[in-house]
Write a protein that binds this ligand. Structure first.
Ligand SMILES: [Zn+2]
Length: 317
């Protein structure tokens, strides 16, 4: 009897072990990568790839500034759960609380975590233009998010900056640090803004700059304004760039990964239009762009970007 019991126990343990091995290790919770940029300024780097259930749509770069009194957060993530992960990452660096959240972008992952912070009494700050853009695009953004993160979308409560700033540029002094919130003429969305810290020479560019991965020109992307916005960032001569996607870097990297690419698209497509080339010829003639092959998503996006740039510039003529 005893023999059988031990034998059966062993058999059971054996199958349990096999099943555990087949199932693989449990997937670890998603974490943002904290990158120190300069004294008291940090980038929070999300997934470089697409939005997923696992990453809570945190596939962009946010950032924060630790002041004497409290923390200024730039971007709140796409959902309340994402916002909680952002707060957790900040708590690894400082025990000061988040007191201000600045929204510089219209896209979901820049602001849809606002409710998490607003519920704690954190002040949400944004330009009126950006808030208008968020409101105009909220339904489309939520619809797309549903396809990507499924049920988590139901936890999102869109909360906007309660006192949107009716100006194209404003100087803020938060916790003793001067910050300039600028509308530079549009980015990925027309109403995207940037945040410039003149003393630290740091700029949070939002979706005007992409590092490591190719930026996407969507049908709604105002390509010429995006080019203008990039040039406005260059004119400030920043030492540090915290992009909308990818790791923080310097101006040379932003030029190589984003500025040169926007110029490539605009200049070449403009020339095609002057030469009366049709859209198919234009895409085929520009599809090989060795200078940008190092960027992630080149294979999937480059041809589509030429296509959208063509349609945009043709309509703008
Ligand atoms: Zn983005």
């Amino acid at each position: 009897m005893y023999f059988w019991e031990t034998f059966m126990k062993k058999i059971f343990m054996f199958f349990f072990l096999i099943i555990s091995l087949l199932a693989g290790p449990a997937q670890a919770a998603f974490e943002l990568e904290t990158q120190k940029v300069t004294d008291n300024v940090y980038a929070l780097v999300g997934e470089i790839g697409p939005r997923t259930v696992h990453n809570h749509a945190l596939n962009n770069t946010l950032g924060f500034v630790v002041t004497d009194r409290a923390v200024v957060l730039i971007g709140s993530g796409a959902t309340p759960k994402a916002a909680e992960l952002v707060e957790k990452a900040i708590m690894q660096v400082t025990d000061k609380p988040v007191k201000w959240v600045i929204n510089i972008g219209v896209q979901d992952h820049h602001w849809m975590g606002n409710s998490y912070f607003a519920d704690k009494g954190v002040e949400i700050i944004a330009l009126a233009r950006t808030v208008k853009g968020q409101q105009a695009n909220v339904d489309d953004e939520l619809q797309r998010l549903t396809r990507e993160i499924h049920d988590e979308v139901t936890t999102i409560k869109p909360v906007y900056a309660p006192h949107p700033i009716n100006a194209d540029t404003i100087v803020l002094n938060l916790g003793g640090i001067e910050m300039q919130l600028n509308w530079s003429g549009g980015g990925h969305f027309m109403q995207d803004a940037t945040l410039w810290l003149p003393k630290q020479k740091v700029i949070f560019t939002g979706d005007v700059v992409f590092h490591e991965r190719m930026l996407g020109i969507q049908p709604h992307t105002p390509v010429l304004q995006l080019q203008k916005a990039f040039h406005a960032i260059e004119a400030l001569k920043p030492d540090h760039i915290i992009p909308g996607h990818g790791h923080a870097g310097n101006l040379a990297q932003a030029r190589r990964d984003t500025g040169d690419y926007i110029d490539f698209l605009v200049n070449n497509v403009k020339k095609s239009l002057v030469d009366w080339k049709d859209i198919g010829e234009t895409v085929n003639s520009l599809e090989d762009a060795p200078a940008f092959k190092h960027l992630k998503f080149y294979d999937g996006w480059h041809r589509r970007n030429i296509n959208h740039t063509y349609l945009y510039l043709e309509a703008a003529q």
